[in-house]
Design a protein around this ligand. Structure first.
Ligand code: FMN
Length: 175
């Protein structure tokens, strides 16, 4: 288990070069089903997940996240999982604004999506540059839903890169 997890987190990497292998809708739904086990504050699950699998919606979504010509590789993505934030319903007596935890909750969900995908051989790239004017019609978002994160999915022949991370001592304080 420990070795498997270490391998999973060190080989998960942002993929910006998807190959032509198609990705089935069932695989996308399998990834989402597992990711929905992610924790959230008060178990409020303040999200709505969109499985973008039809060619027309994939094209529309790619345009909504290719802001100012960024993320050109998205035209080769085989599917997207878009995550919309929703207002949280917290337990009574919690002394925080109801939306205090939402972005952390969404982060948990995204981590689960990317790691579950990797565990079944699917590559991902998290995309945070979302054009609100284009994503709303693309996903047909409901009132109160805000999509700031889309995950591109597909397969890749890319080699595993070395991780570039800040040094441990710069990041971690031991008390
Ligand atoms: C919230 C968030 C937004 C991101 N947005 C983008 C993006 O718009 N385009 C992109 O190519 N990568 C994006 N990334 C991927 C990061 O660049 C990447 O995770 C980071 O450089 C570390 O590399 P690795 O994922 O390969 O380990 C995003 C990641 C996160 C967590």
């Amino acid at each position: 288990m420990k070795e498997y997890f270490n391998e999973l987190i060190s080989t998960r990497q942002s993929c910006r070069d998807f190959n032509d292998k198609p990705l089935g809708k069932e695989t996308v739904l399998e990834i989402i089903s597992s990711a929905l086990l992610a924790p959230s504050a008060c178990n409020s699950q303040p999200w709505k997940v969109y499985a973008v699998t039809s060619p027309e919606k994939i094209k529309q979504t790619a345009l909504a996240i290719g802001v100012n010509g960024h993320n050109k590789f998205l035209s080769k993505a085989k599917a997207f999982i878009a995550v919309a934030e929703k207002p949280a319903v917290l337990k009574e007596g919690v002394r925080f604004d109801r939306n205090h935890f939402v972005k952390y909750d969404i982060g948990e969900l995204i981590a689960y999506i990317t790691l579950k995908a990797k565990s079944i051989g699917v590559e991902t790239c998290i995309i945070g540059m979302v054009d609100q004017n284009l994503i709303k019609p693309a996903l047909e978002l409901k009132d109160g839903e805000l999509c700031n994160i889309v995950i591109a999915l597909g397969y890749s022949d890319c080699a595993i890169r070395d991780k570039k991370r800040k040094p441990f001592d710069e990041t971690v304080t031991i008390l």
